[in-house]
Design a protein around this ligand. Sequence first.
Ligand code: CAA
Length: 382
Amino acid sequence: MNCFVGETERDLAAAVAAWSAGLGARISAAEKAGAIPREVIAELGPLGVLRMSVPEADGGLGASAVAFALVLEELAAAWASLAVGVAVNSGIVIGTIVRNGTVEQRRRWLPQLTDGSGLGAFALSEPTSGSDAASLRAAARRDGDGWVLDGRKQFITNARYAPVAIVFARVGAPDPRKASAGITAFLVPLAAPGVSVGPAERKLGLRASDTSALILDGARVGADAVLGEVGKGFALAMAGLDGGRINIAAQSIGIAKAALRRARSYAKERRQFGRPIADFEGVRFPLAALEAQVDAARLLMLRAAWLRDRGRPFTREAAMAKLYASEMAQRATHAAVQTLGGNGYMREYDVERYARDGRATTIYEGTSEIQRLVIARSLLAA
Ligand code: CAA
C-alpha cells in the first residue's frame, strides 16, 4: 500500500484507530438507543477529523483525499454509523462548500461543521427521486432579496445533527429536454423558518446514524444561500458524489476489515473435531480469498483518491472503487457470520452488526447499478 500512502497519512489513520478503540461499549449503547451521542461528535472536533478536508487557508488541516479515506476506513472498522456521518459531513458537504462556496459562505459554515457541534447534511434524494436524481421536485422561487423553498427531502444522513444542509431544488419549470435544468444548490440553515426534520427512519443497520426527512415548507433563506450558480446545482451534486463515493468505498473496506479480523480470531480459538476450525480449508480459504479482495478494494480506493489529490479526473475510478468495495463488503461480512456459525447470528458478537451495517454501502451515494452505469458511460462513450 506504500505506493500511495505517506507517513503523515499513516500517522493520521493510526491516531484515529487509537481513538476509535476507546469507544468500547458506547457503540453498542448508541446502536441500541438509535443515536450517536452528541459528546462523541464533540470529541471529533479537537481530534481534527472533521476539518481534515478543509484547506489550511480556511482553518483546516488540508489533508489529502488519501489521508481522509484511510481515516474513514479506521473509523468504519470501529463504528460504521459514525463513519458515515463523518463521511457525509467532512467529505461531500465540506468538500462541496470548499469547492463552490464564497469566502463568506466558507467563513460562516466551515467552523460549524468542524468544531464538533454538529454534522452537515446533503439533501438530494426525495421520495420520488433516488437513482434518477435529476427528476427532483423540490422547488425554489425568488422572494424579494431571498428565496423560498418547498419540497421534501428523504433519507438525509445527519439531518437532526446538522447546522446546515446543502439542499438541491429546482428554480423555474422543469425542462422536458434537459432533466437537470434549473437545479440549484442552497445552503439551508436548519434553523431557517419553514425547515423541519421528520421522524428518524428505522433501519436494518447503521441504527445510530441519523437518517431523516428534511421538510421545506415555505422555507426562507437569504440571497447568500445559493451555493455556486443558479441552475448549475446538478453538476455540483455529481462532483460531490464523485468524492463521496471514494469515502463510501473506505467505509466498506473498514467494515469488511473489522468483520474478517473478528472471523480470524474466532477461527483460531473455536475448536471442533478436536482442532481449531482455522485448520479446515472450508474456513481458511474463504478468509484468505477475502483478504485479497480487501486489499484489491483498498488499491482501487487509493487510486481514485490519489487521482483526486492531483486534480485529475476520477469519476470512473471512484465509481469502480465504490462498486467493488461495497460488493466485497457483502461477501466479507457474510463470510464472517458464517465463520462464527450460530454465534455469528447472535447480537453478542459484532459480526451481525457488520453484516447489517455493510448492507447500506451498495445502496447509498449511488447504488451498484448506478456505479455500473457511470463506469459503462465512461467506458463506452463515443
Ligand atoms: N461531475 C460533474 N458533472 C457531472 C457529472 C460529474 N461526475 N456527472 C454528470 N455531470 C453533469 C453532466 O455533464 C451534465 O451537465 P450538462 O447538462 O451541463 O451537460 C449533467 O450533469 C447531467 O448529466 P447526466 O445527463 O449524466 O445526468 P443523468 O440524469 O443521466 O444522471 C446519474 C446521471 C449518474 C444517473 C445520476 O443521476 C446519479 O448519480 N444518480 C445517483 C444519485 C445518487 O448517488 N444519490 C445519492 C444520494 S446522496 C447520499 O446517499 C448521501 C448520504 O446521505 C449517505
